[in-house]
Ligand binder design. Structure first.
Ligand code: ZN
Length: 468
């Protein structure tokens, strides 16, 4: 399935090569090739067959394993100054690198990031605390702060988050204003798409049923997602702004995205690992731990998400990492409404895609490269510095062993929360080494890099979706 690199790609450089990784199967945009890479000062300067690799102070033998660009997790709630008991730049980024993620796009939870001052503060916190590279969303968008979009795009924060539902319900007027602004100034608007009016009515019907965890899912029907996505796409069509649908979960919602694309609307979307692994009935077994928004859906929806990934209808896989102290889940044991909505995930994206995707023939390696790395880099304006193995790109990469089995335990998780939705599952396919800008970040057992290595990555404003 792979060919040996016969031509050597070499960047004109001065100085000696710091790092060479040889004997790898390189996941390139053009396909899989056998060979290795050479790195100087954190940048890839050579891509060649093993016989043509230069001398280097550090040489790593990948033993024939796959070497792919580091993952870009484009939706992760890592650091909210008001919620540091959930996760921090340090703990969340350690979980990232232990999952092969080398860059993450943080998203606000409760603390607004909607001014240039808030952006500067967040960059400073991240560069002090994060082990991985990062960028972040501004939001939550509302009728006051949408006027800040041009100034924020100038600062390199060109992704904006809004909700069609609580807890940050924005009117369609706000969605129009934001999509018009990104159409003019660049960037994209990501919308959590569930119609609040439908959630209100279906929630009322569940009275006296809230002791059953599954009620959380039943109170948020598929049509709430479908209608919200349809409206958002109509607005994107009118304004020309780039709409990104956060965490699509339903067949119907995905169909709306595809219909929008067919008529030329600039719309991209993402899916979460938990929606690819679990389904609604699992809530009876997992209880409040499995509460998140949008909720777990039917097994038919889950199957539709896998096929959407394979045919390119879904652009990327994101964690929507939003863990909490376990007490905040236990608070929902009598009434599911009282539990925190959100789960861990940043350490699990690659493991899930290898185990449930590659090893079950639901995904190809070429698609894995796209959905994990290349597509999010392009959508969020980080390409080609990130998201691809190419000359001049940052040497962010992960070596994977797709045959190795691993039982998921709480002990292996780097997240602060101390529990995982995946506990006890045996998954096949693991990241065995992660590097960020040429520095080893994870050695298969431990995170080996210090806080402060992570650097803010400004988003280019000319983000463009790709649709493959
Ligand atoms: Zn989220």
């Amino acid at each position: 399935m792979s060919s040996t690199l016969t031509s050597t790609f070499r960047k004109q450089t001065r100085g000696s090569v710091d790092l060479v990784v040889k004997n790898a199967k390189l996941l390139l945009e053009s396909g899989i090739a056998t060979g290795g890479i050479g790195v100087i000062n954190g940048t890839i300067v050579v891509i060649a067959g093993d016989d043509h690799l230069p001398e280097a102070s550090t040489v790593i033998d990948a033993e024939g394993k796959i070497l792919m660009p580091g993952l870009i997790d484009a939706h992760a709630h890592i650091h909210d100054p008001a919620m540091l008991e959930h996760e921090t730049f340090t703990t969340g980024s350690k979980a990232a690198v232990a999952g092969g993620v080398t860059t993450f796009v943080d998203m606000p939870l409760t603390n607004q990031v909607d001014t240039t001052k808030a952006v500067d503060e967040k960059i400073a916190q991240g560069e002090e605390m994060s082990v991985a590279d990062f960028t972040f969303y501004a939001g939550m968008m509302n009728s006051e702060n949408h006027v800040a979009i041009p100034a924020l795009v100038d600062k390199g924060v060109a992704a904006f988050k809004a909700f069609n539902c609580e807890p940050y319900h924005a009117s369609n007027g706000v969605i129009v204003k934001c999509l018009s602004a990104v159409s003019e100034f660049g960037g994209l608007l990501t919308v959590h798409s569930e119609d609040q009016g439908i959630l209100d009515e279906f929630g009322r019907e569940m009275e006296d049923e809230w002791d059953a965890p599954i009620s959380h899912s039943l109170a948020r029907p598929n049509i709430a997602e479908q209608l919200a996505i349809r409206q958002n796409i109509d607005i994107a069509e009118q304004t020309g702004g780039h709409l990104h649908i956060a965490h699509v979960t339903t067949r119907e919602g995905l169909q709306e995205v595809e219909k929008g694309r067919l008529r030329g609307v600039m719309v991209t979307t993402e899916v979460c690992p938990h929606h690819l692994v679990f389904y609604r009935d699992d809530m009876n077994r997992l209880g409040a731990k499995s509460k998140m928004n949008p909720p777990l859906r039917s097994s038919e929806d889950r199957a539709a998400l896998w096929s959407g990934l394979l045919r390119g209808a879904i652009d990327t896989v994101v964690s929507d990492h939003a863990p909490c102290p376990i007490e905040m889940k236990e608070a929902g044991s009598e009434d599911i409404r009282e539990a925190w909505s959100g789960v861990d995930g940043i350490q699990m994206i690659l493991r899930v895609l290898l185990s449930e995707g590659i090893n079950k023939s639901r995904l190809t390696y070429s698609k894995l490269l796209r959905i994990c790395s290349r597509n999010p880099a392009r959508i969020f304006g980080l390409y080609p510095k990130k998201g691809v193995l190419s000359l001049g790109a940052d040497a962010d990469f992960v070596i994977i062993d797709q045959h190795k089995e691993e039982k998921i335990t709480v002990d292996m998780m780097e997240s602060k929360c101390g529990w995982t939705l995946y506990e006890g599952m045996t998954l096949k396919g693991v990241p065995v080494m992660t590097f960020i800008r040429g520095a080893e970040a994870f050695n298969g057992a431990n995170v080996t890099i210090k806080p402060g290595h992570g650097k803010f990555q400004a988003m280019g404003s000319g983000n463009k979706p790709i649709g493959d």
